[in-house]
Design a protein around this ligand. Structure first.
Ligand code: HEM
Length: 216
């Protein structure tokens, strides 16, 4: 996907309804349910055989930068607003961007020990988004410091969310996806619907890395 350079302040770009997004090309991606056989426990594998998961069939994504920060705008249908679940047994709506930290990281496994991945996890009830790194399924680590920002809005039965990161961040080098104007990278996306009890490994995801072309 193309990530053009646009003229816009941080608050304009962070706003999913801002006119600045009208000139940015978007793509609609088909999502699929994560394979049950890859879920971490037998209990989940058995229980979700009948419950089903992967409730979000598509997500529309766009990306842009202003020379300082890079932004992803995600939009998807979700009839129920699980923005602030008031019951401890309920789950919030979530969406994530995943990128390899090292070039050959596997998407299906969410990375491996020598090829980690980084996820930007927007949760409707948490601000800022979680900055997560992983070296395989079941290894996700939420970092204490998050360099991310997000803004979300409901529009009818849809979520519109923008997630951003400054190009320059002060974290340990092994935890940072190298992103800069003029670079090419890869990304993928996932969506969780709280009303369908989706969380962790139970989600709808885009199966392949998409090339990310960041304009100089
Ligand atoms: C674009 C694709 C994907 C993204 C963006 C993504 C993102 C994430 C995130 C952000 C978490 C941590 C949740 C938290 O901190 O609360 C997570 C957990 C998990 N994911 Fe993925 N994931 C993707 C693909 C997959 C696939 C294909 C599987 C295979 C079943 C999978 C299995 C899991 C499992 C089992 C967990 C829970 C254990 C853990 O936290 O490590 N994921 N994922």
């Amino acid at each position: 996907m193309k990530c053009p350079r646009v003229t816009g302040t941080s608050s304009e770009l962070l706003d999913p309804a801002s006119p600045v997004w009208q000139s940015v090309p978007s793509e609609t991606l088909n999502l699929t349910a994560t394979p049950l056989v890859m879920q971490p426990s037998e209990y989940i594998q058995n229980k979700w055989q009948s419950l089903g998961h992967g409730a979000t069939p598509q997500v529309t994504v766009a990306s842009a930068h202003n020379g300082q920060e890079i932004y992803f705008r995600l939009e998807w249908e979700d009839a129920t607003d699980d923005g602030n679940p008031d019951d401890l047994a309920a789950f919030p709506d979530q969406a994530g961007v995943m990128m390899p930290i090292k070039e050959d990281a596997t998407l299906m496994e969410m990375g491996t020990a020598d090829q980690p991945v980084n996820m930007w996890l927007w949760r409707a009830d948490v601000d800022p988004p979680y900055y997560v790194t992983a070296t395989g399924r079941g290894t996700s680590k939420r970092h204490r410091e998050s360099p991310l920002a997000a803004k979300a809005a409901r529009d009818g039965g849809r979520w519109r969310v923008v997630i951003s990161r400054p190009f320059h961040v002060s974290l340990a080098a092994e935890d940072i996806v190298p992103l800069a104007p003029g670079m090419e990278h890869k990304c993928s996306f996932a969506v969780w619907q709280g009303s369908a009890q989706e969380r962790g490994g139970l989600k709808a995801y885009q199966q392949r890395w998409l090339p990310l072309e960041i304009a100089s």
